[in-house]
Design a protein around this ligand. Sequence first.
Ligand SMILES: Cc1ncc(COP(=O)(O)O)c(C=O)c1O
Length: 405
Amino acid sequence: MTNPKSKIQNPKSLVRAIIRRLHPYVPGEQPKIKGLIKLNTNENPYPPSPKVLSAIQAAVDARLRLYPNPTAQALRVELARFHGCAPENILIGNGSDELLALATRAFVEPDLPGGSRVDPRRNTFARHRSTIQYFIPSYSLYPVLAAIHGARTNPVPLDATFALPGLPELHRGRKWDFQAALTFVTTPNAPSGRGYSAPELEALCRAQRGVVVLDEAYVDFASENALKLGLRLPNVLVARTFSKAYSLCFLRVGYFVGPPELIAAVDKIRDSYNVNGLGQIGALATLKERWYYRAQFRKIIATRERLSASLKGLGFEVFPSQTNFILVRPPRFPAKRWLERLRAKKILVRWFSLPEVKDFLRISIGTDAEIDALVKAAEGILGRSQPAFWTEAGSGAPRPFGIVG
Ligand SMILES: Cc1ncc(COP(=O)(O)O)c(C=O)c1O
């Protein structure tokens, strides 16, 4: 309703055009329906260690009135010790999402009229400086961050196996921008779950003239990580999070590892108290409990392998995964229909409308009981009974590293 006394007829006119046009990031549904099995947002199905819970509970006292440490310094120091680097190589964020957003602001020139002194349409250098590059499919937040910032995007499709293209292939394809201001690589890839090796990532990072963020949100479930690249190369930031593997989504703690110059640039533009105090305490306590989490990773990986085998037995195409989720192409009905039919059975999985992945479902690895229920529901939908090998223990799972140094 418009206020007759005001000169503003429509409050929407106060919003920047770029924001009016924006399609925001759509997070996975977080419903609170009783009995619902939630396999849609890649959360760890197991709780944090009891010692982590105690540390957080013990901090809920009169100190809540105080601001937390502005740089999360104790956590920064402990992570530096753990990764064998200096605190200046580490920056803590309000989840890794915050750091990804800050990186767009620190390293990319907006491609807006007046945003750059040179008209980017007429200047190749300026065009590279305004470009955020990423593979398709990968984390669907990247294009949203680019749109918010008014940056150009360069989405480059992966092939049907989701493998990381080699340099000759990228050169041949002519689409890849070796001078893009910022390149995001989700590694292991999401939503495919495919893992990438450190040497292939290193070759890519060395070939780039701009900043590369290696988004290792799921790396604790993988057999390899590329953290050392953040400590060796001048243009690489590695993003990690306590959300997924360490059961702390609720507290929002992530971090960058990288060269002090890039870390300092991002540090300059973050909010003064960007990481809440309970998050700092929870993450610090988590670092002391690594064995607890490693046992969980082994369990989640074993469940992942069992689920993959079961769904293959039911006719699903299952992609190999190095994460706590699997990407599957379901049989008989379109993936969206599977999403609806599973939801009707109170099981939530993730479906993306993006053309490259619209035929797939992404299923987070839950507890064994949750996964049993999913397989049973899929059998019900297909009108089949459970295959015998479902009861066998998983085998051949790769060794998880935990928070890997
Ligand atoms: C690839 C990837 N990177 C980063 C994040 C963000 O994690 P955080 O909870 O640390 O913000 C997610 C969360 O879904 C993700 O899938």
